[in-house]
Design a protein around this ligand. Structure first.
Ligand code: SAH
Length: 696
């Protein structure tokens, strides 16, 4: 459970009344929060006591906590935190829960501090209503200051308040995205008022270039039509030789780029996001100081107008893997270090090869070649992995064939730096990767959403769906959980047949650093996505830890179906899927035979599809060999969904009823009886059980 709240740790909760303390206590346990109480309430377990004034106590916690949950009057909380609140980029999340736990209010630091999201998570835990008052959430839009967070982008300079206000007011906001994932674009509601550019030059629009739109759909600008977009009529401007379209004048602009904005001042408010796409290749003399390397990188970035926060990491030759200056820099800046053998580096085409370097280290280029290799997906250098949990992967070199395919991602050729004050010499080159480095450890939440109705889903599963950056599942289930979605979440709904694609996509996103919820109906571990995801992870040589995996069980179809008809599963039972898509029919038939013979109450999953109609008849025939034709059978279709249908019937008439892929069939055992509208299997075979047999 604590994984769900890990972005908010350390989390402090404060209550000042016995009821408040009781209400917050289970939440604190689930969320891994410390519950602080005044001395007068010392009799509660797992709590901490503060002495003196609450104001002083909060002040002492303020700077080293990510989030606060108060069970106090909102006004009192406002007064408590007023002297501490400074800046929305650094203040912790502050939430207020009322004593009756009817509401959880996101009071302060809703976006960057995460209070809006935490309010939703806590609302799930308490079964209460989150109060989120930011305008973006209301419009179904991600906060402007949040949209890059899942992808590990850094916020650059800008007037975040004004740009957010422009979005909230439905003004046209221009987006110039030159790097980083465009997944966020595909999730916007149709009413959004963003206009996407991307050629990087300010004010250039509609010159016939294709802009990427959403998830890869292309949209052509300036094809001579005037069209409406959102609420804004697009006007037509002509300049010699070109027709430009302005989607009404943008009132604000968002830059998404590894570059710094050019010196031009803009007449509209702007903000910058920096995806981490820059890989700095470094070659240096032994003993080069960290300071010199740092200065060289800073100078290079400055000369080429690159944003330092857009640096993803450092790449160099493997013999520099122990170079102190590089290691110190990586530690200081939290940069990953990627190192490559000379054989790999020498196979890369570079603009400035050097014979001297080649003679010294066995490759004509270190900085440029390493920058290019660093910018490639790590899988380029990893062999296809073999199965087995915890399997080791040997590093393999890029074959010369692959090397020829390497795109030239270099954006800064090698620059050489020396300084009279610092020891050593350093060469710096920079390449830009296609996909940004997120710097985050991905998580896979494998979630069972239950039979359909949201109140049949566990609180933990709901919380996990809300918490995830991306939610992947079959479109019907995605629709069922729609109320749990958060604005800005990446939703990928795939057709029913594409389970393996769903699993692979989830793993891909998680390996990249996202928290991904994979949803199954019922329980994810019962004919669900959990097995597929774990199988695929195993096949890719997963170490069992990264990405992290957490399961969220759900009410499976047999429980849901049983609960609608009484207590048919009271004694030993089993589940058998009649789908022979992944299992040979002989195996299924053998299990049916065994279950029938051993008198298990049996739940049949996937009983019949449009193309697979025979299996249910065969199953009936097998059961009739061992069970009385009058054996009670429940046929439950779409349990807990709007179109639910329940039929109680006997084994011999089983095929008279419509059975499809939304149906679960429960076949009673020899003791199961029908009583009115109820199907009852005795708990034991003494007493009532005997009568039930005779009722049979
Ligand atoms: N993971 C799911 C099972 C997926 S297999 C679970 O644990 O429930 C799909 C089969 O489950 C369907 O063909 C049907 O037999 C059964 N099923 C799923 N949801 C159902 C529902 N709401 N009502 C009846 N049967 C259902």
């Amino acid at each position: 459970m604590s994984q769900l709240f890990q972005d908010f740790q350390p989390l402090a909760a404060i209550a000042t009344t016995p009821i408040g303390a009781q209400k917050l206590q289970p939440l604190c346990q689930a969320a891994g929060a410390t519950l602080w109480l005044p001395e007068s309430l010392t009799n509660l377990e797992n709590t901490q006591v503060y002495t003196g004034s609450l104001k002083t106590h909060i002040a002492s916690l303020w700077h080293n906590h990510r989030a606060f949950v108060f069970c106090l009057a909102t006004g009192a909380v406002v007064r408590l935190i007023a002297p501490l609140v400074k800046d929305k980029s650094s203040d912790p999340a502050v939430l207020v829960v009322d004593q009756a736990t009817r509401f959880v209010i996101s009071l302060c630091s809703g976006h960057q501090g995460g209070a809006d999201q935490l309010a939703q998570l806590i609302a799930h835990q308490l079964g209460t209503t989150p109060i989120v008052t930011g305008a973006a959430a209301d419009l179904g839009l991600p906060g402007i200051d949040l949209l890059g967070v899942p992808f590990g982008w850094y916020r650059g300079t800008g007037d975040w308040t004004k740009v957010s206000a422009a979005v909230a007011c439905g003004e046209t906001v221009q987006v110039i995205q030159e790097a980083g994932s465009r997944l966020w674009q595909s999730q916007l509601p149709e009413t959004h008022t963003f206009e996407f550019g991307g050629d990087g030059e300010m004010g250039r629009w509609g010159d016939g270039e294709m802009g990427r739109w959403g998830d890869g759909e292309m949209r052509r600008w300036g094809d001579g039509e005037t069209r409406r977009h959102g609420d804004t009529e697009m006007g037509r401007i002509e300049i010699p030789g070109k027709i430009l379209f302005t989607p009404s004048e943008p009132k604000a602009r968002i830059w998404i780029s590894p570059k710094l904005k050019s010196g031009q001042t803009s007449h509209i408010p702007e903000v910058e996001w920096h995806p981490r796409v820059l890989w700095v290749g470094i070659g240096c003399e032994r003993g080069t100081s960290k300071q010199l390397i740092e200065q060289a990188i800073q100078q290079t970035c400055q000369d080429y107008h690159l944003a330092i926060p857009a640096i993803a990491g450092i790449a160099t030759i493997d013999r520099k893997a122990d170079e102190i200056g590089i290691l110190e820099l990586c530690e200081q800046c939290n940069f990953p270090l990627r190192t490559f053998p000379a054989e790999v580096l020498s196979s890369v085409n570079v603009p400035t090869p050097s014979k001297i370097v080649a003679a010294e280290v066995g490759t004509p280029s270190v900085a440029e070649a390493a920058a290019i290799c660093g910018s490639l997906p790590p899988s380029t250098f990893t062999p296809p992995k073999v199965g087995g949990l915890g399997g080791q992967n040997d590093f393999v070199y890029v074959s010369p064939y692959q090397a020829e395919q390497i795109p030239n991602s270099l954006i800064v050729p090698k620059q050489i730096f020396k300084s009279p004050e610092q020891p050593g010499a350093v060469t710096v080159a920079i390449a830009q990767s296609e996909q940004e480095y997120t710097g985050r450890t991905g998580q896979l939440f494998l979630i069972g959403i239950g039979p359909g109705q949201l109140d049949q889903m566990t609180l933990a599963a709901k919380t996990a769906v809300t918490q995830a950056d991306a939610v992947i599942g079959y479109s019907l289930y995605i629709d069922l959980i729609a109320p749990l979605r958060r604005p800005g979440q990446i939703i990928e709904a795939l057709p029913i047949t594409q389970e393996r694609q769903r699993a692979n996509r989830a793993i891909e996103l998680a390996e990249w650093g996202l928290t991904v919820a994979v949803i199954s109906s019922g329980d994810c571990g019962i004919y669900g996505m959990a097995g597929l995801v774990l199988e695929q992870l195993r096949a890719s040589g997963w170490d069992g830890k990264t990405p992290g995996v957490q399961m969220f069980p759900g009410i499976t179809a047999l429980q849901a179906a049983a609960s609608r008809v009484g207590a048919p599963l009271m004694h030993d039972f089993c589940a058998i899927s009649l789908s022979d898509l992944l299992t040979p029919w002989e195996v299924i038939a053998k299990r049916l035979e065994a279950a029938a013979k051993a008198d298990f109450v049996t739940a049949l999953y996937n009983p019949r599809s449009r193309s697979r109609t025979q299996q249910i008849a065969s199953a009936q025939a097998i059961f009739l060999k061992y069970r009385h034709p009058q054996t009670p059978v429940a046929i439950v279709r779409s349990a807990y969904r709007e179109d639910e249908q329940i039929t109680l019937i006997t084994l011999d008439k089983l095929l008279d009823i419509q059975i499809d892929m939304l149906t679960t069939v429960l076949i009673g055992n020899q003791s199961t009886a029908i009583y009115g509208d109820w199907m009852i299997t005795p708990r034991g075979y003494l007493g009532f059980g005997r009568e039930a047999v005779s009722n049979g």
